[in-house]
Ligand binder design. Sequence first.
Ligand code: NAD
Length: 335
Amino acid sequence: MLKCAIIGLGKIAQTSHVPAYLSRRVKKKISVVGGVDISEENSKDFKKLIPGAEIFSNTDDLFKNLDIDFVDICVPPSLHAKYLNAALKYNVGIICEKPFTKELKEAALLKRKLLEKKPVFIPCHQYKYSPVWKNFKSFSDKTTGGNFLQFNIFRNTADLGYDKNNPGWRTDKKLSGGGILSDTGTHYLYLSSWILDKPIQVSVFNDTLKHNKYSVEDTSVVILKCEKGIAEINLTWAADRRANNAFISDGKRSMSYDGKKICFYDKDKAKEIHVPDASDKRTYLAFYEDLFLDFANAMKAKKFDRSLIEESYESVKLLDLCYKSAEKKKTLIVS
Ligand SMILES: NC(=O)c1ccc[n+]([C@@H]2O[C@H](COP(=O)([O-])OP(=O)(O)OC[C@H]3O[C@@H](n4cnc5c(N)ncnc54)[C@H](O)[C@@H]3O)[C@@H](O)[C@H]2O)c1
């Protein structure tokens, strides 16, 4: 049984990571024995979910008192680098929430250290486990190029965190690194690179349409040219409601997702592809369960996977280039 400690016992830890760890499939392999947080309130709430876990206010006390196989980092992005370094110091495996780090410099440094120390590592790029995006990926895999991919992500506000002292960290650039582009856009940047292969150039327009008090953009339009086509990623916290949809076409066939189902079109023939209901919480939790199981298997096999470190670093590098493109109002080449 692998022993895990979660660092940052807020919303994502309590509402997604813990239920996934406690699921029938994962609890056979992983036991959450510890936690780290500076908020007493969140630590107490976490103890209600996992009464046996011991909670500490810092990682030195955690590692002095408990024998841990890996940590799961769920603090806001500005703190990811601090806890990635702590995990490297104590030679444990690492699961890390997205975005990998808040800044590109931190990402480059951490990439070097991770490649040197070779821990078992996985970023929470859990959308790659979604049946919807797996269908989009296999659509593109059957093509040699020329794909047009579009994602539309509508929200009416930025989510609040559980940290009572600072629930609005997502809209504070110092803590988040950026607005909707960094918070939600990270998922669609790694998905676009996964579905359409290597990114080549990027052009981004960021703006504030509704939330003038945010110190970050509430709306972002990304155009990303990749080896197998063009992705357009439209993200906003300024819509009237929450909705998602997506579309891909290679010029002969297409696939569209309306937030509930996928329709596949081949010439005049249309076929519905069943995917689990995205509004059902169990659907979302299953992505985390699959990711945790892959991680547990890698820990058991002591399997170091360089590609996941590269993917984490590349997602921050692309995010950084997106912000530079928006600032300079220019199309930029991905080096
Ligand atoms: N993969 C996804 O789909 C997804 C979804 C939501 C959030 N996230 C990510 O998860 C992370 C946390 O987001 P959240 O919504 O749970 O935030 P949150 O504010 O609800 O939780 C953060 C927790 O970190 C704690 N914390 C703050 N400073 C700390 C410190 N110095 N040391 C230890 N703990 C500290 C807070 O007290 C709080 O309990 C972010 O990186 C976010 O981007 C990912």
